[in-house]
Design a protein around this ligand. Structure first.
Ligand code: DSN
Length: 428
């Protein structure tokens, strides 16, 4: 386990995989292979990141052994002193960094956080108004095949065809027409800043509650680089592993008046015992996110995103909305390569060790399984320490692979360069 990774990291990985290896060599081999895969690829998946060793260590703590249904000080089982302490730490830190009145840190993931809000304040059949998934929304924002679109009556807003930004006039018209009980804002593939205050005004005008799902941009919000929804929204939900760089998990927050119903929706409504090892890791990640360096990290994510956008635009690519304000951008492949779909493009890039995901672009004619776009995000490469210069070089490699139609010789050459860059910028 040395293979181009720093000796200290190799030692750390060996220490924990050795124990797995004694019991289950096959599983240990797979775990080590994943460590190497992550080290030896440049990851542009906008929703992924590399949690620190401190965060990862917390996920492996003894708290994985403990049941603690309930809330700090109000548990159903005994022996919860440490559970109470760690959960209270995470709650206090979440409220502080996000500026919210109440936080529940038990949701296992973002979908569960969103589900908890819906269960807290909606009845089956109630109307929600969320962003169309094919325009950048999330499946829990009312997609038909998701619980959110089958249990509730989901209406969708989208982007303005010309500006490719959220059409706030359409949001308002739909809200006034359908009188949703809950308006959902936030996105999974939207490269521009979201105006939470404007959503708040529309929610007030039509008598709806507002939920802001900030899963993608949470780290930028904490760093003060994206406006915060804490004032405008009744509920704020997030995952903790994207720009926030914590463990795979979720948090649901709200105004004080909804605290009780939200807590009850999480437990006993939806979940049993919280995953306390993840709660601990969230507490650690929130400390990391409150350090001054985290603001610099957030700014570096955005700088890299701008650098990537500039490089691609300079090479003639069409980006949805013409650029980016945040950590991600969307290439509309139809601009340069009308015949190329996102699935094929992402496969070519993977053969050069560059990891991206295909993504629908607004008003896409292709099915989501093929899609006409690629979503590229800079949180993970920024954690490795790549700066704008390296990111521009990476943008050039993406162009080389795509413009060669994935030619084997080109992918092989680019892969060699990617591996050199990975070695120069190891995952910390
Ligand atoms: N899968 C996440 C993403 O990639 O954005 C959303 O849940």
């Amino acid at each position: 386990m040395s293979d181009g990774i720093s000796p200290s990291l190799a030692e750390w990985i060996a220490a924990w995989t050795d124990e797995v290896g004694k019991v289950d060599p096959l599983a240990a081999e797979i775990l080590q292979a994943e460590e190497l895969r992550e080290q030896k690829t440049l990851n542009l998946i906008a929703s992924e990141n590399y949690a620190s060793r401190a965060v990862r260590q917390a996920t492996a703590s003894a708290l994985t052994n403990k049941y603690a249904e309930g809330l700090p000080g109000k548990r159903f089982y005994h022996g919860c002193e440490c559970a109470d302490n760690i959960e209270q730490l995470a709650i206090d830190r979440a409220k502080k960094v996000f500026g919210t009145e109440h936080a529940n840190v038990q949701p296992h993931a973002g979908s569960q956080a969103n589900m908890a809000v819906y269960f807290a304040v909606l009845k089956p059949g109630d109307t929600i108004l969320g962003m169309n998934m094919s325009h950048g929304g999330h499946l829990t924002h009312g997609l038909k095949v998701n619980f959110s679109g089958s249990v509730y009556r989901a209406i969708h807003y989208g982007l303005n065809r010309q500006s490719e930004r959220i059409d706030m006039e359409q949001v308002r018209q739909l809200a006034l027409k359908h009188r949703p009980k809950l308006i959902v804002c936030g996105a999974s593939a939207y490269p521009r800043e979201i105006d939470f205050a404007a959503f708040g005004r529309i929610a007030q005008e039509c008598g709806a509650m507002l939920m802001a799902d900030i899963a993608h941009i949470a780290g930028l919000v904490v760093a003060g680089l994206h406006n915060s929804p804490a004032q405008a929204a009744d509920f704020v939900t997030t995952t903790t592993h994207k720009t926030l760089r914590g463990p795979r998990s979720g948090i649901a927050m709200c105004k004080a008046q909804y605290a009780k119903v939200l807590d009850s929706a999480v437990f006993p409504g939806l979940q049993g015992g919280p995953l306390l090892q993840q709660v601990a890791a969230k507490a650690v990640a929130l400390v990391e996110a409150s350090q001054p360096e985290f603001k610099q990290y957030g700014q570096a994510i955005i700088d890299n995103s701008h650098a990537l956008a500039d490089e691609l635009l300079g090479r003639g690519y069409r980006l949805v909305s013409g650029g980016t304000d945040n950590h991600l951008l969307l290439i509309d492949l139809r601009g340069n390569y009308p015949e190329l779909n996102g699935q094929q493009a992402a496969t070519w890039l993977e053969s050069a060790q560059i990891i991206v995901n295909k993504n629908a672009i607004p008003f896409d004619q292709r099915p989501a399984t093929k899609a006409s776009g690629l979503r590229l995000g800079t949180p993970a490469i920024t954690t490795r320490g790549l700066g704008p210069n390296e990111t521009k070089v990476l943008g050039g490699w993406i162009d080389e692979v795509l413009s060669s139609k994935g030619a084997e010789s080109v992918c092989r050459r680019v892969k060699g360069r990617v591996l050199e860059m990975c070695e120069a910028f190891p995952i910390p």
